[in-house]
Design a protein around this ligand. Structure first.
Ligand code: SME
Length: 154
């Protein structure tokens, strides 16, 4: 199986949107979303949320190895590209993408999903996998729905 099944994804999405809605603060909502994503999906090796602060993405809640990239300028990395393009980016092989900023040597693939309010980027969900080409359409749909739910709390 190369990515999340639709049935698992639908029930996980329900739990995440409920957790986000019930959270007492935006910080708790983000922390809960990251926890449920990381625990629910074994191919999510690193899961985190960056928030846009001026021209930089600032690392918020995350689970996985500490990243050296706690502040990423908009023009840099796959994270910066997704925020600039205001679109989800999936990279099947990070080592062949010149934009990639390494977090862990084990990382093979990455998906970055912007958190938008209208045309404005609020932040993004960033997921790394130790498996090559780990992310498919089901992951993308799940994460885009989670991003919408988070946008309502930020
Ligand atoms: N790989 C990201 C940097 C963030 S770390 O993966 C957590 C990028 O290229 O923007």
């Amino acid at each position: 199986m190369s990515s999340t099944t639709q049935a698992h994804s639908a029930s996980l999405l329900d739990r995440i949107t409920s957790g986000i809605a019930a959270a007492p603060s935006a910080q708790v909502a983000m922390t809960e979303a990251v926890r449920l994503l990381k625990e629910g999906l074994p191919h999510f090796t690193w899961a985190g949320i960056y928030l846009l602060d001026g021209d930089e993405l600032v690392l918020g809640p995350y689970l996985g190895k500490p990243s050296p990239h706690t502040r990423i300028p908009l023009g840099r990395g796959i994270c910066g590209a997704a925020a600039t393009e205001k679109a989800t980016i999936i990279v099947d092989d990070v080592n062949s993408d010149p934009r990639y900023l390494a977090c862990s040597l084990e990382t093979k693939s990455e998906i970055v999903v912007p958190i938008m309010r209208g045309d404005q980027v609020l932040g993004e969900i960033d997921i790394d996998s130790d498996r090559a080409a780990a992310f498919g359409a089901t992951d993308r749909e799940l994460l885009e729905r989670v991003a919408e739910a988070l946008a309502a709390r930020l």
